[in-house]
Design a protein around this ligand. Structure first.
Ligand code: BDP
Length: 706
């Protein structure tokens, strides 16, 4: 029978479902404590906060919540920032206000004239908005709101999405449809999606967005496009989201009619100064520029024999008068450099430590290669104490199954953030580097390469929404546990039923290790098919740049497998602090999860569990496949807790993931088996196709590959 249901809407609402609270215990408590809203102030932000509260509460409590006229009423929820609070309230909140920064908030039960009420306050209206979203989260996740006293503020200043969106509407490494930005219809047509995008971001504390691809097109900086950017900035402003753009280094030539883009040239410097002035005239709170220079063919200062410092500082000087910043990427490697690609960014950038202007922040990917299912943390994080360093995570799943595979990425992010650089002794975690606390930096930042597109559910996979959500939560507080985040997300997005939350949370937490196992176990990396990075391609060896070929990374031969980055090899281990270098360098202490990242080992090398390496690899691939099967089993039991549309979507996607996990296992094992010359160990399923078959598969139209 054909059934029509309208629950496709559910996907669209992300974690802001505001579904009716099911448990009457909570409904009773919430209804008794929230009789109405009283908003102080009338800024666009306060209006947005009030509207969101009304929307949220009316859904959660299934009753209309009114905006009160009288602040004296009992059990009302007051919203207001410092400048609009009366003296008595300010006195009451004095301690808490001292503990927060400009974006922080307080949610507190107070008594005014013996009447209890709750107040959501901040130093600024944006703080209030964040407070509202967090208050709603309490209800969405069925927490008590009795005698509240929550004091919270973000630990990182710049919490930003990087959209790799092109002006023609395609998204580089985007697997959720086309770009959200309808450049053709902007500035006059404001899609409701822009507002919902801003709401979703504000709800998790994201406060910046780079609208366009790092592989930049200079046209975005022309008046024709700046007018459109201005319109988006206006939509995002009430939600505390600043707009940033990527700056193509050769823009002065391409759109400025200059002969050069040399950062030492006075006309070039001046061109950027004027350009900055022009942008800030339209967008006074413009955030600044993100720059990919001299990387993968992008132009940069080196085209003029200048260096990254020259380039970054020139742009920094242009935006400094307006309070702008430059996020300069450290993702560089060169085909002319014969050194291990994993070492190149460090070699190039570390000598510049301390030379950048103070409105420059260097943006470093989490690992030294490129967003792999697992990478050890990037050694730069422990090596540039005098430079503010910004984390770049990838939310879009370029190397992790696109938008088809369920992989809960906050688990990966947490692993990186918790890694200890030892740069100032034990406890010098990556989180402390990027939140500025370790080296005392004022500008701090974290970027996520967005997984958002025009798909109804925004991210292609319903569970990929959790990666956007989790990135935001970790950007706000990089010390949060990914498990807590998964639980909140599930409760807000689907259901508070423990029979749903617990098993599905386990499934999410397991999913990251599963993908590592069926794609790149034991430290293997970058063996995806090249170009589009879809599926396995460990055999690829014919690309012009050696470091674009998977064989460069796994180095499998008769003698063994793995990239020797220890002292006997490329010595990349020496880029880490001595304690870590030693750990990675010695095959006996190197964590097995990173083994083949740092070592080339014989096929019969004995693993900790006693298995020879070949068996260990094969068993890991099988484990990955089995883990996906167990994810399927879990999900198949969840039909009663989820609307039919999303239930089926996830079911179909998990089926594909299972097929693709087997494809990965079979293709990689058949390929490596040519070198190991050994049988598959017991417990590993026999491949159903030949290696030739797997090698023959071609995907000329794989998405995201422009
Ligand atoms: C790689 C992507 C490529 C990006 C590049 C970057 O394959 O599309 O342009 O990184 O981050 O991961 O600049």
């Amino acid at each position: 029978m054909v059934s029509i249901n309208l629950s496709a809407q559910a996907d669209y609402k992300l974690w802001l479902q505001y579904a009716k609270v099911q448990n009457t215990k909570w409904t009773t408590e919430y209804q008794s404590k929230i009789k109405g809203i009283f908003a102080l102030g009338n800024s666009e932000t306060i209006q947005a906060a009030t509207k969101e509260l009304q929307l949220g509460l009316s859904g959660l409590l299934d009753t209309k919540i009114t905006v009160q006229q009288n602040i004296e009423d009992e059990n009302i929820l007051i919203l207001g920032s410092k400048s609009s609070l009366n003296e008595e309230t300010l006195k009451n909140l004095k301690n808490e206000l001292n503990q927060i920064n400009d974006e922080g908030y307080i949610i507190k039960t107070i008594s005014i004239k013996n009447r209890k009420k709750m107040i959501i306050a901040g130093k600024t209206d944006i703080g209030v908005l964040y407070g509202v979203y967090n208050f709603l989260r309490l209800l969405q996740t069925n927490k008590s709101i009795e005698n509240l006293k929550i004091v919270d503020a973000p630990k990182i200043n710049i919490r930003i999405l990087n959209h790799w969106d092109n002006l023609n509407g395609t998204v580089e490494r985007g697997y959720a449809g086309s770009s959200l930005w309808n450049w053709q219809k902007l500035p006059d047509f404001i899609d409701q999606r822009y507002i919902d995008y801003a709401r979703a971001n504000a709800s998790i504390g994201i406060n910046g967005t780079v609208l366009n691809n790092v592989n930049a097109n200079a046209l975005i900086l022309t008046p024709q496009y700046l007018e459109k950017v201005e319109a988006l900035a206006k939509v995002f402003r009430p939600y505390g989201i600043k707009v940033y753009l990527t700056a193509r280094f050769s823009a002065p030539i391409e759109i400025g009619k200059l002969k050069t883009a040399d950062p030492y040239d006075a006309n070039v410097k001046n061109w950027w100064k004027e350009k900055a002035k022009e942008i800030y005239k339209r967008i006074p709170d413009f955030g600044g520029f993100l720059v990919k220079a001299n990387s993968e063919g992008q132009p940069g200062p080196q085209n003029y024999n200048r260096n990254h410092v020259d380039g970054a500082n020139m742009l920094a000087d242009a935006v400094a008068p307006f309070g702008g910043i430059v996020m300069w990427r450290a993702f560089v490697y060169s085909e002319h450099d014969v050194n291990d690609r994993a070492k190149q960014a460090y070699s190039e950038f570390v000598p510049y430590d301390g030379q950048f202007r103070n409105n420059v922040i260097v943006q470093v990917k989490n690992g030294a290669i490129d967003f792999q299912p697992r990478e050890p943390f990037h050694p730069i994080f422990g090596a540039m104490p005098k430079t503010p360093l910004m984390m770049e995570f990838q939310i879009t799943q370029e190397y992790l199954g696109f938008s088809t595979h369920l992989v809960y990425l906050p688990k990966l992010y947490q692993e990186v953030l918790e890694s200890d650089t030892f740069s100032k002794g034990k406890g010098s975690t990556v989180a402390k580097v990027i939140d500025g606390s370790l080296n005392n930096h004022k500008i701090t930042g974290i970027a996520g390469v967005a997984n958002i597109g025009s798909d109804i559910n925004w991210t292609g996979h319903p569970f990929a929404q959790a990666n956007w959500y989790g990135f935001g939560r970790l950007a706000w507080d990089p010390y949060l546990d990914s498990e807590t985040i998964a639980e909140d997300w599930l409760r807000m997005t689907f259901s508070n039923d423990e029979n749903f939350v617990n098993p599905v949370k386990e499934m999410m937490l397991q999913s990251r290790e599963a993908v590592v196992n069926y794609m790149t176990p034991l430290g293997l990396h970058h063996i995806m098919d090249t170009g589009h990075h879809y599926g396995p391609g460990p055999w690829v060896s014919n690309l012009s740049r050696p470091e674009w070929n998977p064989i460069y990374y796994h180095k499998a031969d008769k003698n063994g497998i793995g990239f020797d980055r220890s002292k006997t090899g490329s010595n990349a281990t020496a880029q880490y602090a001595p304690e870590i270098a030693k750990l990675f360098d010695d095959v006996k202490t190197c964590p097995e999860k990173d083994l083949l990242w740092f070592h080339h080992l014989p096929w019969d090398y004995k693993l900790k569990n006693g298995q020879p390496l070949w068996n260990g690899i094969a068993l890991k691939y099988q484990e990955g496949v089995d883990e996906v099967a167990s994810m399927q089993t879990t999900w198949n039991r969840m039909g009663n807790y989820v609307d039919e549309t999303r239930f089926k979507e996830v079911q179909m996607l998990l089926n594909i993931q299972h097929k693709e996990a087997k494809w990965w296992r079979d293709a990689c094992l058949l390929y490596f088996q040519q070198f190991s010359g050994k049988e598959l160990p017991k417990g590993v399923e026999k491949p159903t196709q030949t290696l030739e078959y797997f090698e023959s598969l071609k995907f000329p139209f794989a998405p995201g590959n422009n």
